[in-house]
Design a protein around this ligand. Structure first.
Ligand code: HEM
Length: 381
């Protein structure tokens, strides 16, 4: 249908790797910030409180605000941080797999629910020092909030997202107040000190910045990593030869994960607006009009990857390149943590459960942008 395909709702779908990559890296295409959302007027999805809040969080910011926020946290998952998280995440994986093993003694168990949706929130909890008792609440709030980031959310999804936005504001607002009362060496306390300096002592502004950071990070981590953790089990199960090869060659897990991210991207699209009237791959696009970078389509672009519909964990180089973590200034800040969790979990599953198999096709929630697998039944015999 072409590289830039008009969609019935007035936006454009970008289908190839090069066009998506260009848009993600170009200054001519901007994130949907508060000003853009305000210009869309009232009485539509962009005016919903959930949407307005997203216009103030990292992914909705443009330079210079975006640069300020990214710089304030630096390389949050640098080597040292990932090394520190390695053992706690491994212990969390072991505990979740113990629970899975127990369930599988009685027959089928839902891997998506028992493991894939638990590990991301647990990892974020370990990193941000959150109480495990809060994980179920956080999971529910992020599942609902993310509807405002969907391609075409319904009115009832927006209502759920609005309520979840309030819930997340309460939760992370209270977290910030608690770390103010008892500052420590944890990540949130450190960010508060950074933002107190940046805001030159304006505590309310610093608190708001740290709330926006923590709130958005937890949503972005949960609603993506869970899908990767489930889809890696499902995709490998569909390719038993490659699964067996990987079991004998666990040092190849990192490459296999990149192929899983390419083949079955957890986030299928992201959206940008034209900064000015422009032309993209020969198609005129007016200022403020939207383009959706179809990540999943770009990852299957035959101009980039030979035989893109074939799943092949031994791909190398440019044929393995993908946009699963985006590109340009909004490139995923949590990619390192997602890869760490997926690596530790897949390694442990391969070693502990040589006869694990998927017993029924997965059930997906009907979401397009942030996909979500709700059920992945597995058995071990
Ligand atoms: C497999 C797991 C993940 C996938 C597929 C994924 C995907 C993405 C994508 C596609 C973007 C770019 C969005 C855009 O350009 O509009 C992004 C940005 C982002 N991701 Fe991830 N992500 C994952 C895990 C995580 C984790 C674990 C965290 C947090 C710990 C995280 C935090 C973020 C944040 C904060 C942004 C916005 C960055 C910015 O705007 O500067 N993500 N992610």
């Amino acid at each position: 249908m072409g590289e830039v395909v008009p969609a019935p709702w007035g936006a454009f779908l970008l289908t190839t790797y090069d066009v998506c990559d260009h848009v993600l890296r170009s200054k001519s295409w901007v994130a949907l910030d508060s000003e853009w959302r305000a210009r869309q007027g009232e009485g539509n999805r962009w005016a919903a409180p959930a949407s307005r809040e997203l216009g103030r969080a990292l992914q909705g910011l443009n330079p210079p605000q975006h640069t300020r926020f990214r710089r304030s946290v630096g390389h949050i998952f640098d080597r040292a941080t990932l090394a520190r998280l390695h053992d706690p995440v491994t212990r969390a994986v072991d505990a979740l797999l113990d629970r899975l093993a127990l369930r599988m003694r009685d027959g089928e168990a839902n891997f998506a629910e028992l493991v894939a949706e638990e590990l991301p929130v647990t990892s974020m909890g370990l990193w941000l020092d959150l109480p495990p008792a809060d994980y179920p609440l956080l999971r529910e709030l992020t599942h609902h909030q993310v509807y405002a980031q969907e391609l075409l959310p319904s009115a009832s999804q927006i209502a759920l997202s609005n309520a979840a936005t309030l819930g997340l504001r309460d939760y992370f607002g209270e977290l910030v107040r608690e770390r103010r009362r008892k500052p420590g060496t944890d990540v949130v306390s450190r960010w508060l000190r950074t933002w107190d300096e940046l805001e030159e002592g304006d505590r309310d502004a610093a608190d708001e910045a740290v709330y926006l950071l923590t709130m958005f990070l937890v949503i972005a981590a949960q609603e993506t990593t869970s899908t990767l953790l489930s889809s890696m089990i499902w995709t490998l199960d569909q390719h038993p030869d490659q699964l067996n090869w990987l079991r004998g060659n666990p040092q190849e897990i990192p490459g296999a994960l990149e192929e899983i991210l390419r083949y079955d991207a957890p986030v299928h699209l992201t959206t940008r607006a034209a900064a000015e009237d422009t032309v993209l791959a020969g198609v005129p696009i007016a200022k403020d009009q939207l383009v959706h970078t179809l990540i999943a389509s770009a990852n299957h672009d035959p101009a980039r990857t030979t035989d893109p519909e074939t799943f092949d964990i031994r791909r190398q180089g440019r044929h393995l390149s993908h946009l699963a973590f985006g590109g340009g200034i909004h490139y995923c800040i949590g990619a390192g943590l997602a890869r760490l969790q997926a690596h530790i979990l897949l390694d442990a599953v391969l070693r502990r459960f040589p006869t694990l198999r998927v017993s029924a096709p997965p059930v997906w929630e009907p979401r397009v942008a942030f996909r979500r697998m709700t059920t992945l039944q597995v058995v071990d015999h």
